[in-house]
Design a protein around this ligand. Structure first.
Ligand code: CA
Length: 315
């Protein structure tokens, strides 16, 4: 059983990732924290609570609201509403939960859960690294309590999506991810090199809604509904017709089934200042590299197998 601590910004693809994790029998979600990203931290926290209720897990998994802005304050920053809607969930409304968010600072929340499950926690990052960076700053020993970190974000060789060279999570808070990258913990980056190599067809989601287990019919119907907006955003901005990439769910899949990707270890930093390159991953591929700590970058992926794993969780 893999213990997952999920930091996110739900988010259409975050929602899919979380529901996937909740439906995996080999995974236990021990907590969810939220930062600003696809929507405000407050909206994302509300979304996480409602998702847990939808999945029949109300009151079982603690949720904590985290950073309302990036590590060193807000720059020009718009929510990606063409993809995630005004509410982060493709403008789809689901019932409110009676569960309240944890009455803790996010650093205390993450550190406490890491301590209570020392050496066992796989930390999953589905948004910006703000909450994790803040926890490392407040509790440097947090790093040693975590088994491994798997993060969706960045890109090494594929083009960016927030700028020519930067992916949205890295672009939104590069100082946070650079700080996280320079710690001594096993860090796997699931970036656009692999997430954009997966094409999830909307029609396949609709088929899944017909064929999935009875107890997750409502969840899969919800995934179909929220992805109408996500698909439309990808059609208009990325010229993807009938399909979309698989960002956040792929990080969960890599965490649980590492063999579906080929990775390469390279020392890396994140550019925090460049006018054109802010949020870009800079890998040191020289013969004798020394810029940055080693990071495991996912560079190739088995698409068919990923989609099977995703769908199987709901069958
Ligand atoms: Ca996300």
């Amino acid at each position: 059983m893999t213990k997952l601590l999920i930091d996110c910004d739900p988010g259409v693809d975050d929602a899919m990732a979380i529901l996937f994790a909740l439906n995996r029998r080999d995974a236990e979600v021990i907590g969810i924290s939220v930062a600003r990203g696809n929507c405000s931290a407050a909206q994302g926290t509300e979304n996480a609570l409602r998702l847990l209720k939808l999945a029949g897990r109300e009151g079982e998994i603690p949720v904590c609201m985290g950073a309302a802005e990036p590590l060193y304050g807000l720059r020009e920053d718009r929510y990606p509403t063409p993809f995630h809607g005004e509410n982060g969930l493709g403008n789809i409304k689901i019932p409110a939960s009676s569960q309240k968010a944890a009455d803790e600072e996010v650093e205390d929340f993450l550190y406490r859960l890491a301590l209570e499950n020392e050496g066992e926690v796989v930390l999953i990052e589905l948004g910006r690294m703000t909450n994790i960076a803040r926890t490392v700053q407040k509790y440097p020993s947090f790093v040693k309590k975590i088994r491994r970190v798997v993060c969706m974000g960045g890109t090494v060789f594929a083009p960016g999506n927030s700028s020519p060279v930067a992916e949205a999570n890295f672009y939104g808070d590069p100082e946070a991810i650079d700080l996280v990258m320079q710690q001594d913990w096993p860090l796997t980056v699931v970036g656009l090199d692999v997430t954009t190599a997966i094409h999830l067809y909307y029609d396949d989601l609709l088929k899944l809604a017909e064929r999935c287990r009875e107890d997750c019919k409502e969840e899969v119907k919800f995934l179909c509904d929220i992805n109408v907006c996500y698909q439309e955003g990808n059609r208009r901005q990325n010229r993807m017709f009938g399909y979309f990439p698989l960002h956040d769910p792929l990080a969960l899949i890599v965490a649980l089934e590492p063999s579906i990707v080929n990775t390469r270890r390279m020392p890396a930093r994140v550019e925090c200042e460049g006018k054109l390159t802010r949020g870009m991953i800079v890998t040191d591929r020289r013969d004798h590299p020394f810029e940055g700590k080693n990071v495991e970058f996912c560079l190739e992926v088995n698409e068919r197998k990923v989609l099977d794993i995703l769908f199987d969780a709901f069958m």
